[in-house]
Structures are given as C-alpha cells and as structure tokens.
Ligand binder design. Sequence first.
Ligand code: SF4
Length: 135
Amino acid sequence: MNQPSKFDQILDLFLLRMKAPEYHTGEPYYTTGSIVAAALFRVFIIGIGGFIYFKSYSSSNSTWIIVLFAIWGIGVYPAWIQYQRFNESVEQITKGTLCGSCRHLNKTNQLCMILDEHITSEEPPCEGEAWEPLQ
Ligand code: SF4
C-alpha cells in the first residue's frame, strides 16, 4: 500500500481531492461532516489570509473580489463536488447492498449504528444477522 507524501497529507488536511486517494481504505473518504468541516476550514483560512493581505498590503476593493472568488473556487466548489461523490457512494450502498435496506444504516456517514462501523463494501459487517427492515 502506498504511503501518503507530505503533499498528499496537506491535500487530505484540507480535503482538496475530488476522489479518494489509492492509499485510503476502510472508512469512507468523504462524509457529510468532513466535507462541511473542511469547507469551513478552507473558507476561514482564505478569509483570514484575505483580511491580513487587505490590512497589510492592499486596501483596494479588488482584494475582496479575489477573496470572494477564492472562497468560491477553493472553499465551496470542491465541497459541492465532494458532496456529489458522497451521494453517489451512498446511492451505491443503498441500492446494491443488504445494509442499504436496513434500518440501522445511517446514510449521512455510511455508518452502521449498532456496530459503529462504516459500510464500505457489499458485505454487511454483521453478515446479515442484525439486519432489520426499514419502516
Ligand atoms: S445491522 Fe447489519 S445489515 Fe444493518 S446496517 Fe448494520 S451491518 Fe448492515
């Protein structure tokens, strides 16, 4: 298995990928919480950086226009794409697995609520023994 480089670790920290890296296995790479948290983190850093730049170097209004574009392009847009990927992954699980028809699946984070385990494959971690139908 490949180990993440420093650059990979920075990309992962800011969740700036459009798909999961090859070295990532086990838990889902994207969850609703991680997407929102990473987007807020990026927007916060861009906002702080823009504010510092505005106060220190340039007080022109064009600085804020650039900051707004950066917030959209680096902060929000990747989160929107990642949310689409996450929804595709949830749809695959929902339609193609036993867990998808089980009441214990929490779709917002692909988690089996009674085993506290992420559902990442077609094999249910409980092997079907704890399955209960949706109501
Ligand atoms: S109880 Fe079993 S079938 Fe239901 S979500 Fe958990 S692992 Fe899947």
